[in-house]
Write a protein that binds this ligand. Sequence first.
Ligand SMILES: Nc1ncnc2c1ncn2[C@@H]1O[C@H](COP(=O)(O)OP(=O)(O)OP(=O)(O)O)[C@@H](O)[C@H]1O
Ligand SMILES: [Mg+2]
Length: 234
Amino acid sequence: MPVSAETVPPADRIRARRLTAPSKAAASGQPALQALGICKAYGNRRVLENLSLTVAAGEAVAIIGENGAGKSTLMRICAGLTTPDAGSVGVSGRVGYCPQEPGLFDLLSADEHLEMFAPALGLSRQQAIREGHGLLAEFAFPLAQRAQCRHLSGGSRQKLNLALALLGGARILLLDEPYQGFDHGAYVSFWEHVARWKGEGIGVVVVTHLLADQALVDRVVELEIACGPAAEEQ
Ligand SMILES: Nc1ncnc2c1ncn2[C@@H]1O[C@H](COP(=O)(O)OP(=O)(O)OP(=O)(O)O)[C@@H](O)[C@H]1O
Ligand SMILES: [Mg+2]
């Protein structure tokens, strides 16, 4: 049985709670992501305490919570970019991570970003350009401009940020407020893509502050702000 925030024994304080019922995918499917007992503190500031999250293949989960609740920290840990103080993360297949702040290079164009990501994803430059252009076109990115990133609008930068996360066929997508600055059409297109990814068996985690998004996912997990110093300093 998959372990979720609610089925972990109540050791210490568990700060995630499920707001909606588990989906059928979560109940029966192979986990695309399984984070167990994650703890993280920065200095004496506890951020995540014994947090567990399982996402099944083909399941979409929204992570919500106040500013500073630890959503981005959790995404970075699940993406393997931040080491937790305790706990483990298991993924089946490649992880696609869309950071909250686009990690783009101002002087490079979209194509140059796609080419730069290609080797890490096992793609040729031509494959990365072809696949990337397909993704960017679906989000109505201004491909014809061939502009350096510093000249792109905020929404266009975010579209490139998202496309880079999708490149190379990820099996689990960790999308941290992925559509900041998107216009209405791009936002609608994003959620159409989520439905398609789910159909392809991809697990999707979306960090969001938008109430409306919560109706579009299988499950909502809320992180609550931890209080008190880190355990070793109590
Ligand atoms: N590298 C770091 N060093 C020190 N503190 C950090 C670091 N990264 C995050 N924090 C702290 O951890 C806490 C959680 O930050 P995080 O960015 O994960 O929150 P969040 O839920 O994503 O917030 P938001 O909704 O504003 O994006 C915050 O108090 C933040 O200041
Ligand atoms: Mg954040």
